[in-house]
Design a protein around this ligand. Structure first.
Ligand SMILES: *[C@@H]1O[C@H](CO)[C@@H](O)[C@H](O)[C@H]1NC(C)=O
Ligand SMILES: *[C@@H]1O[C@H](CO)[C@@H](O)[C@H](O)[C@H]1NC(C)=O
Length: 149
């Protein structure tokens, strides 16, 4: 009986520590932009003539939010306005999405589109796995964006 009690105490202390670690991990740092409108896009493998459908602005494979959550890639491709001239690979963090997924989501600005032209820091386009994923309200909302620059 006493052994069980001690064991339970240990488990509860241990889990409250990891909860604390996790909350710290979900915080973002860097240059902060409020009220950024998030949208989502997905790789298009169907158009064989257009490799750009599944490549970022430097020809690397697009990395999706779902693959990142599944731990299959260490970042998610983020597209922003090219006129901002954000250096390729700049890390980005969105606290609302960290909270939503209970996971630190690492974004990297590696793409752009003509659609984002002129939108400045007011928009960011998140790469997701499929068309269905692109309709998820969690990636079609206003959020706070932090850029490590
Ligand atoms: C963002 O929106 C909120 C609520 O609409 C507003 O209070 C705040 O001033 C806005 N921030 C910026 C930087 O526009
Ligand atoms: C973006 O807009 C600028 C002018 O504001 C224009 O020169 C440029 O060609 C546009 N780029 C794309 C990809 O549409």
């Amino acid at each position: 009986m006493k052994g069980i009690l001690i064991f339970c105490l240990f488990v509860s202390i241990h889990s409250s520590f990891s909860l604390f670690d996790n909350e710290l991990n979900l915080k973002c740092t860097g240059r902060k932009f409020e009220n950024v409108s998030l949208t989502a896009y997905y790789p298009d493998y169907n158009d064989e003539d257009n490799e750009k459908g599944y490549q970022d602005s430097k020809g690397h494979k697009l990395r999706t939010l779902q693959d990142h959550i599944d731990d299959r890639t260490n970042y998610v491709t983020l597209a922003m306005d090219q006129s901002l001239k954000i250096p390729y690979g700049t890390k980005a963090c969105i606290p609302e999405l960290n909270q939503h997924f209970g996971h630190r989501v690492v974004f990297e600005v590696r793409d752009t589109s003509s659609d984002l032209n002129g939108s400045g820091y007011r928009r960011a386009d998140i790469c997701v796995r499929t068309e269905i994923d692109s309709y998820d309200i969690s990636v079609n909302r206003m959020a706070t964006l932090y850029l490590s620059m």
